[in-house]
Write a protein of this length. Structure first.
Length: 224
């Protein structure tokens, strides 16, 4: 079994449902790609890199306003899939989705035309694709809910608690500018809110680092 096939088997646990021809087509239409941290991977609806399978590293999916402000929608982490980068074959995607590498990232990219061809004839892949899309759209709706119904303090609290869970540490290595890009705010506003959090004993601030001191207080802000 080739390295490509081993990776595809891992990402598609229903690999046995593919015919030999479908497997061959998928493997022939899959390429290995590597991106340095900060590199652009996918740029809006006019880009269609295909279905992405992250072997190592992390991608950040975000929207970009006309003024250049970013808002993170979801992350694609190691051993996760992003079908929303195949905008040319998924009619439900009606917004511009951008993807950057958060870390040095190695991934497999399946050609969108190849994926679409196999998708037409394999019910397991069709069900998998729509589940992946639904899960990502659920993430997007949670972000939209925050933007519409939460103040900056609540959105910042959500972000900090998510980062604590992801980094498995109460000490987060983050700049105020990075946080602003994630939550769709201005750096100055984020800095003011973090200063308020610090004054209230919720966090401790130092250059490039935020230490979470009171998770309960952050959760209260989310539940207000």
């Amino acid at each position: 079994m080739s390295d490509f096939e081993r990776h595809l088997v891992k990402f598609f646990p229903f690999w046995d449902t593919f015919t030999k021809q479908q497997r061959d087509v998928l493997m022939a239409g899959t390429r290995l790609a590597q991106f340095k941290a900060g590199a652009h991977v996918h740029s809006g609806e006019n880009d269609c890199i295909g279905v992405l399978l992250v072997i190592e590293g992390e991608l950040r999916a975000y929207m970009l306003s006309a003024s250049g402000r970013e808002c993170t929608l979801f992350r694609v982490r190691e051993n996760e899939t992003c079908v929303l980068a195949a905008t040319c074959i998924l009619n439900m995607i009606t917004f511009d989705l951008f993807l950057d590498a958060e870390k040095d990232t190695t991934l497999l990219a399946i050609d969108p035309d190849v994926y679409a061809k196999v998708l037409e004839d394999n019910l397991a892949l069709e069900a998998y694709t729509y589940k992946q899309s639904a899960d990502r759209f659920s993430d997007v709706m949670w972000v939209m809910q925050q933007q519409l119904f939460m103040g900056l303090d609540g959105r910042l609290a959500v972000f900090l608690l998510d980062e604590v869970a992801h980094q498995k540490s109460d000490k987060l290595v983050l700049t105020h500018d990075e946080i602003a890009r994630h939550i769709g705010s201005a750096r100055e506003a984020v800095s003011r809110m973090l200063k308020t959090f610090a004054e209230n004993g919720v966090v401790a601030l130092s250059r490039g680092q935020i230490e979470i001191l009171d998770k309960a207080a952050l959760r209260e802000l989310i539940n207000v």
